[in-house]
Design a protein around this ligand. Structure first.
Ligand SMILES: Cc1ncc(COP(=O)(O)O)c(C=O)c1O
Length: 416
C-alpha cells in the first residue's frame, strides 16, 4: 500500500455505515435483492415503500372507489406536492412550484416564455456539456424564434464557471435574453455557481433558467434566497418518484403573471369547469398547469419527495459529501494505479452526489460490472458514473462497487 493513501480509503465501511445518521432511511425503501450494489439512484431512484403502498391505495381506493369524484382532491395535487418540494427542498416560497408534465416540456415552456419576455434580445447562453434534452430544445427554439445560441465550452470536469458566463455576457452587451445551465452537471457532477451566475445574468438584463434534475434532493438550491427566475427538474432521480414520474417547474412569484405560458391548456384556466371562451389563467403557479395530470404518478412522486423532506436537505448533502469523498479516496487508492482518472471535481463544495471515473474501456467495464451485480451508468465516451444516493447508498455499497470495478479492471483481488 502506497504511503500517500488518503486515510479515509482505509476506513472500515461497516464502521462508516454504523456512524451514518441517515442509515435508517434505507429501510424505508424496497430493496428486493440486497446483494445488488445500486449506484444509479441519480438516474432512477429506488422506490420508497410508501410510494408502492400509495400507488396501490390510489388505484384501489381512490380510482376504483371514488371514480370521477376523486378529482375533488386530485385537482390540488400538482400544487400541493409542488409546495412540498419547493419549500421543503428547493428553498422556494409557497405557490412557486408545480408538479406537472416532463422536464423536457417544462424546459421548453419556460425557455420559450423567457424569450418572449425579451423580444429585442437575440442570444441564448448555455453550455456544450449541458444535458442533451436542454440543448436540443434550445436549438429548436433558436431556430423557430430566430435567436442564436452562444455556446460556452466549459472544462469537462469543472463545468461552466462564473468567468465563462461573464465573458459571454461581455461579448453580447444588452443582447442576451436567457442564460440557462444545469445546476449539477449530469456527467461530472460539477456544481455551477448558481448565486453568482444568477446575479450576473440579472445585471445584464437576462432571465435565468436552471435545470435542477441532478441537484433537487441532493444539494440545497436556495431559489428564493438567490432570486432565481425559473427552474425545472425531474422527480425520478434523488427524489425517488418512480420511472417517468411527473416533473416540476418553478417560476418566481412576480414573474408568474408577467410571463406567458405557451401551452394554454384548460388546467391553467381560471374557472376551469365553466368551459368558457377565451383563456384566462388562474393566478399563481396554477396558471402554468396544462392538461390532466397522471394521478398514480403524482402519488408516488409525493411519497418520494416526502422521504427527502423528512431526512432534511442539509443532512442529505452532508452524507452526499461523505459518500463522494469516500469514493474519491477509493478511486485514488485502487483505481488510479490501474490507469483511471477522476472525472469529477475534487473539491467537495464544487461536486454534487455522483462521481465519474474515467478509462478508455469504460463501456465494457460498465457491462462487466452489471454482470457482477454492481449497477452504475456508462456515460460516453469514457466514464463510469457512480451515483451515490444519500438515502439509499451505504458506504459498504461504495466499497464493494469500487472494489469490484478494480478487480474487473485488472487489479489484484487482494486490492479489493
Ligand atoms: C439535467 C437533466 N435534464 C433533463 C433530463 C430528462 O428530461 P425528461 O425527464 O424530460 O426526459 C435529465 C435526465 O436524466 C437530466 O439529467
Amino acid at each position: 500500500v502506497a504511503l500517500d493513501v488518503d486515510p479515509i480509503a482505509t476506513a472500515d465501511p461497516a464502521a462508516l455505515d454504523a456512524a451514518d445518521p441517515l442509515a435508517p432511511f434505507r429501510r424505508r425503501f424496497v430493496i428486493p435483492d440486497p446483494d445488488i450494489v445500486y449506484l444509479d439512484g441519480n438516474s432512477l431512484g429506488r422506490p420508497p415503500l410508501r410510494a408502492i403502498e400509495r400507488v396501490a391505495r390510489v388505484a384501489a381506493e381512490e380510482w376504483a372507489g371514488e371514480l370521477i369524484r376523486g378529482w375533488d382532491h386530485w385537482l390540488e395535487a400538482p400544487r400541493r406536492i409542488g409546495d412540498l418540494l419547493g419549500t421543503g427542498l428547493l428553498g422556494a416560497n409557497a405557490d412557486e412550484v408545480a408538479i406537472c408534465d416532463s422536464t423536457t416540456v417544462n424546459f421548453y415552456r419556460l425557455a420559450s416564455a423567457a424569450l418572449e419576455a425579451r423580444p429585442a434580445r437575440r442570444i441564448i447562453v448555455t453550455d456544450r456539456a449541458n444535458f442533451p434534452t436542454d440543448r436540443y430544445v434550445l436549438e429548436g427554439l433558436a431556430r423557430d424564434r430566430d435567436r442564436e445560441i452562444a455556446w460556452l465550452e466549459p472544462d469537462p470536469i469543472d463545468g461552466p464557471t462564473v468567468d465563462d458566463v461573464e465573458a459571454v455576457l461581455r461579448q453580447h452587451p444588452g443582447d442576451v435574453a436567457l442564460v440557462t445551465l444545469s445546476h449539477v452537471n449530469y456527467r461530472s457532477a460539477a456544481i455551477a455557481d448558481l448565486p453568482a451566475i444568477t446575479g450576473l445574468a440579472h445585471a445584464s438584463g437576462a432571465l435565468v433558467l436552471w435545470d435542477l434534475s441532478h441537484s433537487a434532493g441532493s444539494v440545497p438550491v436556495g431559489l428564493a434566497e438567490h432570486g432565481v427566475d425559473l427552474a425545472v427538474g425531474c422527480t425520478y432521480k434523488y427524489l425517488n418518484g418512480g420511472p417517468g414520474a411527473p416533473a416540476y417547474l418553478y417560476i418566481r412569484s412576480d414573474l408568474q403573471a408577467e410571463l406567458r405560458n405557451p401551452i394554454q391548456g384548460w388546467f391553467g384556466q381560471a374557472d376551469q369547469f365553466e368551459m368558457g371562451q377565451g383563456f384566462r389563467p388562474t393566478a399563481g403557479i396554477g396558471g402554468w398547469l396544462t392538461g390532466t395530470p397522471g394521478v398514480l404518478g403524482l402519488g408516488a412522486a409525493e411519497e418520494g419527495i416526502r422521504v427527502s423532506v423528512e431526512a432534511g436537505i442539509e443532512a442529505i448533502r452532508a452524507k452526499g459529501v461523505a459518500l463522494t469523498e469516500y469514493a474519491i479516496a477509493l478511486h485514488d487508492a485502487w483505481l488510479a494505479p490501474l490507469g483511471f482518472t477522476l472525472g469529477s471535481p475534487r473539491e467537495c463544495g464544487r461536486r454534487g452526489s455522483h462521481v465519474s471515473v474515467r478509462r478508455a474501456d469504460a463501456r465494457e467495464l460498465t457491462r462487466a460490472l452489471i454482470d457482477a451485480g454492481v449497477i452504475p451508468d456508462f456515460r460516453a465516451p469514457d466514464s463510469v458514473r457512480l451515483g451515490l444516493s444519500p438515502l439509499t447508498t451505504s458506504f459498504s455499497d461504495v466499497a464493494r462497487g469500487i472494489a469490484t470495478l478494480a478487480r474487473l479492471a485488472g487489479g489484484r483481488p487482494a486490492d479489493g
